[in-house]
Design a protein. Structure first.
Length: 231
C-alpha cells in the first residue's frame, strides 16, 4: 500500500479540514459581529467574508472535500486579484492622494494595511493547507477532478484588469470632467481633484448622473458629492 493510500485510509486529511474550517468559522462570525456593530453605529463597512466564511467553515468541519476544493479555488482567485490590485492601484488613484491620506491619517492607513495583510495571510494559509497532499489525495480517491489553480488565478487578474479598464473609460469621459469641474466650482483651485465614483442612470425621464469627487491638498482631504440631469 502506497503512502498516499495509507493517508487516505487513516483519514489524515480530516484534521486539516477541521482546522481550516474552525478558522474560517471564527473569522466569519467575527466579521458578522463587526458588521453588526458598524450598522448599529452607522459606520461604513464592507466585507465579502462573513456568511461565506461561516458556511464554508461549517462544511469543512463536517469533512466536505467539495467545500475544500471550492474554498481553495476562491483563495487562489482572491490572492491573484489582491496582487493585481496592488499593481493597478497607482493607475486607479493618484499616488499623491494616497500619500496624502497616509500622512494625514496614519492610524487609519495602518489599520487598513494591517487588515489587508491579515486577509492576504489567511487566504495564503487556506490555499496552502487545502492543497496539501492528504487533501488532494482524498479528493482524487473520491473521484473529484483535480482543479488547475492557474484558472482562478488568471480569473482574479482578469477581473481586476477589466475593472481598471472600465474605471479608466468611465472616469476619463465627459461626465467625469463635468463632475470635477462642479467640485472645483465649490472649493476653488486650492485643491487637486480626483473623481472617486460616478453613477450614470438612464430612464424615461432622462439621464441622471451622481458622483463623488475627492479634493485634497497638503492640509486636508474632502469628498464632494455632485449630481445633475442630462437632457
Amino acid at each position: 500500500m502506497s503512502n498516499v493510500s495509507r493517508l487516505i485510509k487513516r483519514n489524515v486529511y480530516i484534521p486539516i479540514l477541521k482546522r481550516t474550517g474552525s478558522v474560517l468559522l471564527a473569522v466569519g462570525l467575527l466579521d458578522i459581529a463587526v458588521m453588526a456593530y458598524c450598522i448599529a453605529n452607522r459606520i461604513s463597512y464592507s466585507s465579502s467574508f462573513n456568511v461565506f466564511a461561516v458556511v464554508a467553515g461549517i462544511f469543512l468541519l463536517r469533512g466536505s472535500l467539495r467545500a475544500a476544493s471550492i474554498v481553495r479555488w476562491f483563495a487562489a482567485f482572491l490572492l491573484a486579484g489582491f496582487l493585481a490590485l496592488l499593481v493597478a492601484w497607482p493607475f486607479m488613484q493618484p499616488i499623491d492622494l494616497t500619500l496624502t491620506h497616509m500622512r494625514l491619517s496614519p492610524l487609519s492607513t495602518a489599520a487598513s494595511v494591517g487588515v489587508m495583510a491579515l486577509v492576504f495571510a489567511l487566504l495564503f494559509w487556506l490555499y496552502r493547507e487545502l492543497g496539501r497532499t492528504p487533501v488532494l489525495a482524498a479528493c482524487a480517491a473520491a473521484g473529484r477532478k483535480a482543479r488547475d489553480m492557474r484558472i482562478p488565478a488568471a480569473a482574479g487578474v482578469g477581473v481586476v484588469a477589466a475593472l481598471g479598464v472600465f474605471l479608466a473609460l468611465l472616469l476619463g469621459g465627459e461626465s467625469a470632467s463635468k463632475a470635477q469641474a462642479m467640485a472645483e466650482q465649490q472649493l476653488g483651485s486650492a485643491y487637486q481633484y480626483h473623481v472617486s465614483s460616478l453613477n450614470i442612470a438612464k430612464n424615461s425621464q432622462g439621464t441622471f448622473v451622481a458622483g463623488v469627487v475627492t479634493a485634497w491638498n497638503a492640509k486636508e482631504i474632502r469628498h464632494v458629492s455632485v449630481r445633475w440631469e442630462e437632457h
